[in-house]
Design a protein around this ligand. Structure first.
Ligand SMILES: [Zn+2]
Length: 209
């Protein structure tokens, strides 16, 4: 998996001095520097598509667990209530905070799910068949656009603040979804760090439809 084709006509420009040259083929862990000004143009990460796909699959399983099970169980003076991510969004909506519920739905549910599905759509055919799926270039662009909107870590921080504030009022028991959500945050961050966009773009350019 270390080697992959680079399109023959691929040219890149230095970000600092605009020098144009043919894109070099790098080994994992190597970096390309501009021959004129020495600026680092791009690096090849040590990880490959296998690691990115494995992390995307892990994230998808954790995402399903995080949404299928309750986040927290609250016991307030004998009254037990369980809440999940989606029931929380519904609750916000029913209380009239439709803007906040829409925002929470987008950044904690829609964007992470869409990002993971887009990654699978682009990476799986490249890895398994060396081919690009229809409109894969467009879909990979969406994946990059969706990344800033998938804010699992902000949501996790919100849950922790709520837990600390509620701890004096009610007995709280963390649910499976809370652990899944915390793990999802780590696996999505690891997936972002491992994904080598340059490699994916090179493969997309070189692969046939
Ligand atoms: Zn330069």
């Amino acid at each position: 998996m270390a080697e992959y084709a680079v399109a023959e006509h691929a040219l890149i420009a230095c970000h600092d001095c605009d020098l144009l040259f043919r894109k070099p083929r790098l080994q994992p862990g190597q970096k390309a520097c501009c021959p004129r000004c020495g600026a680092v143009l791009f690096r090849r990460k040590r990880s490959g598509l296998d690691q990115s796909l494995a992390l995307a699959f892990t994230s998808l399983v954790l995402f399903m667990l995080a949404n299928a099970y309750p986040l927290l169980r609250m016991n307030i003076a004998g009254r037990v209530q369980e809440g999940s991510l989606l029931t929380g969004i519904e609750e916000l909506y029913s209380q009239g905070y439709w803007e906040i519920s829409a925002l929470v739905f987008v950044v904690t549910f829609l964007a992470p799910l869409a990002k993971l599905l887009c990654l699978f759509y682009v990476l799986l055919p490249l890895r398994l068949f060396g081919r690009r799926a229809p409109k894969a270039v467009l879909v990979f662009r969406w994946t990059e656009l969706l990344s800033p909107w998938a804010m699992t870590e902000v949501f996790m921080l919100g849950i922790l603040v709520a837990v600390v504030k509620l701890a004096d009022l009610a007995a709280l028991t963390p649910g499976i979804a809370l652990y899944s959500f915390a793990s999802l945050m780590v696996s999505m961050a690891a997936g972002d760090a491992m994904l080598d966009e340059h490699e994916v773009w090179d493969r997309l350019e070189a692969a046939g439809d």
